[in-house]
Write a protein that binds this ligand. Sequence first.
Ligand SMILES: Nc1ncnc2c1ncn2[C@@H]1O[C@H](COP(=O)(O)OP(=O)(O)OP(=O)(O)O)[C@@H](O)[C@H]1O
Length: 465
Amino acid sequence: MKSPSKKRKGVEVLLNGGSCSSSIAIYRSHVSLEDYSRLRKRGREDVARNGVRLTESRVSGVVTAPPCGRASLLPGSPARGLKRKIGCIDAATRTGRKKKIEQDYYLGATIGKGKFGSVRMCWSKASGEVFACKTLSKGEEPVHREVEIMQHLSGHVGIVTLKAVYEDAESFYLVMEFCPGGRLLDQMARERRYTEQQAANILKELLMVIKYCHDMGVVHRDVKPENVLLTSSGGLKLADFGLALRILNGQSLSGVVGTPAYVAPEILAGEYSEKVDIWSAGVLLHALLLGVLPFQGSSLEACFESIKSVDLKFDSDLWVSVSQPAKDLIARMLTRDVHTRLSADEVLKHPWILFYADPPLKTLTLKSTPSKSRRMTSRNMTVQIRTESENQEKPSGSDGGGSDTNSSTSSSCKLEEDSGLVDALAVAVSCMNITETKRIRLCNPPNSISHDCSSNIKANLCTAF
Ligand SMILES: Nc1ncnc2c1ncn2[C@@H]1O[C@H](COP(=O)(O)OP(=O)(O)OP(=O)(O)O)[C@@H](O)[C@H]1O
């Protein structure tokens, strides 16, 4: 059995310090979802469809679509063998059903520990390639869901690839792509506060992965810097799908899971959707820009109370150096009104991301025809430059979330006026080969410009960037 206290859990916020040494003051509140997340973490969610809770169907794993096209995880059949479920995964990862992991891999040092197992480095005996091996004890967790979801998402550059699954009498072993850069959390401990450009690049990369998950019908439910791993080139990979679920369109979920500081308010209320990942990413963005978490408390209850009721004070000293569009984006990601909270796609189209995140210059293609929209493609992402007329339309895939003000946060300056033009100009500016010095001059003009909302486009652009 694993010790529940092996890994830092709960709220972990950096307040002071300049390096990632023991001298860094890392604030950890004493809040934790340990007690009940151990019980509920993997597969004890009630699933409701169209807002109607199906109290009859305890559906451990049901929301994970059956692999191999079989309805193998039906309500009322929770006792079906894990082996069968594991055995149903793709041939590519089925290598370990008979063989022991030691036959194919050398197991090395432990590189990480979670509530449900430890992660070790390992080397392929055949190729010498390095991997990470996550060991999960049998009997406690329905590993099949994590395996299925990792497989379902496999192939995306931002998802940790599952290479193989092995098992013995006590444990399952998940052999995964190794991320040598460690956790984003540890990088955050070193950096303290990120520049807007750095934060935008991180958020953009993360949101591209979250959008991919949502497009694939997967809600991660535990987005936090501990679960964002870094590659050797500094790229991000989303890891730990132990809490993830697959959902169908319109399906809502229930079950209190996650990490307290990152948990969306609707999770505490009992019914939620994929928008919980946007909330968690908004908490992460807040921490990147300010070095502190937005919702804290000295107890679990206090933390939850903060999540449910504290309004962000964007006019406080903490926010002085943060741009108006960044505040606007945070407000739109951390609104408690789920319908107006941005979708992943809308976050990626927000002017702050368009301006501050590195533009995909090399693949920029502009249509010469006077069409309403131009598309700029980069790897898995398509950024659409909205024209003014398009912008008046309701954003697709939402309930109009992008155009409403945040009902639960204060002083978010509305950017919807002229936002089509601002979007287009932001993209145009961001696509220019602008030097960092010029960008800083643009973003921090020597003569301070008042940050009030104005219908004047020029003023809006200046205050925006
Ligand atoms: N692919 C990987 N490459 C490098 N390190 C990894 C990898 N996967 C996991 N780790 C390390 O192991 C730690 C624990 O992994 P993971 O979060 O998957 O386990 P868990 O038991 O599900 O954790 P949690 O308690 O957050 O639910 C990570 O925080 C990270 O430091």
